[in-house]
Design a binder for this molecule. Structure first.
Ligand code: ZN
Length: 175
């Protein structure tokens, strides 16, 4: 059992501020505002924000974008000395990618009750059958991460009012 003392580091808030700045970039680009930074020996080696729309890429989540950049920067697909700071709890795809990268530590902001794969919906990270253990700390500057997402979805709903929903079916003929 890892005690909470070990997991708490005053610089976590500092790096989460960087991740929040990355999330802000996503927001400005009209993407879901999630940001991530990867830190190695006190330096940012990867930075990402959601770019699904910009890249027409369903895998272009902040964490994946940051992992790719860190791998290139360090010349290694294993990132065992790195820590990831991300504004929301990673989804199953990103959590799986973090396991593949053999990350040392993950620090996240808000929980994601709809898709979180650390503990909210499923446990992809540190699954009992997985033999790689990653240190985790959640809830860092969580209020600000959540607020960013909530304001984004609120403004999208307001914009979408009066227009048909994207996923709604066309009316049936003769109905
Ligand atoms: Zn993800």
């Amino acid at each position: 059992m890892i005690n909470d003392q070990q997991l708490t580091n005053p610089s976590d808030e500092f790096w989460m501020e960087e991740a929040l700045r990355a999330a802000q970039r996503a927001l400005e680009a009209g993407e879901v505002p999630v940001g991530a930074v990867i830190v190695n020996a006190g330096e940012v080696v990867g930075r990402g924000w959601n770019r699904n729309i910009a890249d027409s890429d369903p895998t272009a989540h902040a964490e994946v974008v940051a992992l790719r950049q860190a791998g290139v920067n360090l010349g290694n697909h294993r990132l065992g000395d790195c820590e990831l700071f991300v504004t929301i709890e990673p989804c199953p795809m990103c959590a799986g990618a973090l396991v593949h990268a053999r990350l040392k530590r993950v620090v996240y902001g808000a929980d994601d009750p709809k898709a979180g794969a650390i503990h909210s919906v499923m446990e992809v990270l540190n699954h009992p059958k997985s033999n790689h253990r990653i240190e985790v700390r959640g809830g860092v500057l969580a209020g600000r991460s959540a607020e960013l997402l909530q304001s984004f979805f609120r403004s999208r709903r307001e914009e979408g009012e009066g227009r048909p929903k994207l996923n709604s079916c066309p009316p049936r003929r003769g109905a």
